[in-house]
Design a protein around this ligand. Sequence first.
Ligand SMILES: [Zn+2]
Length: 541
Amino acid sequence: MMQRILFAAACVTLASAAPRPGPRASRPRLVIVIVVDQFRPDYLQRFRPYFGTGGFNLFLRRGANFTEAEYKHAVTFTCPGHAVVLTGTYANVNGIISNQWYDSNAGRQEYCAADSSVTLIGSTDPGRSPRNLIGSTVGDELKRTSRGRSRVIAMAGKDRSAIMLGGHKADGAYWMEDSLFVTSTYYMKELPVWVQQFNASARVRSYAGKSWDRLLPMTAYAGVGPDYVQAEQNVAGMGRTFPHRLAPDTSPRFLDGFRSSPFQNEVLLDFARAAVTSEKLGEDDDPDLLALSLSANDLIGHAFGPNSHEVMDVTVRTDRLLDRFFEFLDRQIGLRQVLIVLTADHGVAPLPELARDLHPGAVRLDPARIAAAAETALRSRFGVPPGPGWLAHLSPPWLYLSVEALRQKGIAIEEAERTARDAVKGVRGVHQALTATELRQQQKDGMASGALLSFYPDRSGNIYYELKPFIVPGHEPTGTTHGSPWSYDTRVPLLWFGSSIKRGAYREATSIADIAPTLSALLGIDAPAGSRGRVLREMLR
Ligand SMILES: [Zn+2]
């Protein structure tokens, strides 16, 4: 109700300045939601001297910049991040606790976007849909309010990113498998002609054998440190330093290299342009929604870390791609009719080897050691398990106990949880560990924490743990990751541009769950069912 009133108020203000009075005139014809997969707000500051005028600077000069935006949840992975953006809620409501979890009843791992009742169109890989996403999204509410007339399209390099942004009612969610854009029978029976034509153009294959080199003169990169760092990954044999040469088309390494290069983003934005034109997005008064996620930034960040020439280069290249895309939207629809929001699904930790000077505790920690500590403690307390182990599964940050083994031996789950939790707490580098029983009690007591926002009892495990800041989980000696509750992972950009947005830098603490109710207010529709965010009214005209 509050949001309706706010929207009405926004309309009154806008109507006086708009050429055509009335609420419809102030609504955007097209909403563009851009998620950069793995992007930290410090990139906007550090690399800003190298940005052009119309990419990130469209927001920074003419739009709204929420400098203190962050995810409030603790488990900062891709699927949970994308699920927050258009539901306005966290995993405690939307159910997307991680990229995957363990289904104790079925005795198998469940992927966040898996759905065996559907198949893919254009690929033989397992079925995908938003079935595991609980509640509605901005796109779902837009489809409902417009009685299906609004178009909702989502796209990404990764399936989970496109699917979570698309919601349940998207006209199409597309992602890249091998060198093609594919979708699921969940959305349609066959690929639209424009997607078939795009695939037929063999756009991805045209990058075979190409080199990714620095966009700017070498001196521009000096500030970020050396190009060669031993702890960087040698992805697809492309080396740790520029130039990174993609393998030829015939090599199985080509696609790995392509996905870890800025070229994937180029193809995605070409695909976005094709979608705008072919789906006639923004052409009439029923607002359309195009959500896209740039996946290459993530793979590059994982391989080289946030203080690398490669991350600087892909950031500057992203700026140029956005500039061209916004120019296209201006020509095609007129930027006055477009509302754009840009954010990320998570940040990333620095390479521990580079962070150690400032943070002596920065090390790598193999999560298998945490599982081993818990299993050893359970064996010494309860003896040899009747099956393969007292632990059924490790899916960081969750350990799942074997409910079957505990039942057979008549051991209370709470008792086993406490034993495992104490063992996990004892592992050097662990910040805290909590049992599911403790989290359920905290939930009942109305407590608030990042762990609770990432907790969904039916899907979460028995023991939850967090590592100390700057400890990077993994068993490889190279690369870095995200997934922690620390600020380098939770803080992300939140940028807005549109005719109803008041320009400026906003320094209030902001949750990424605020995006969905704000978009809903601007579109004059109900906020998604589970939405817990607030309308960012301070930036509305
Ligand atoms: Zn991600």
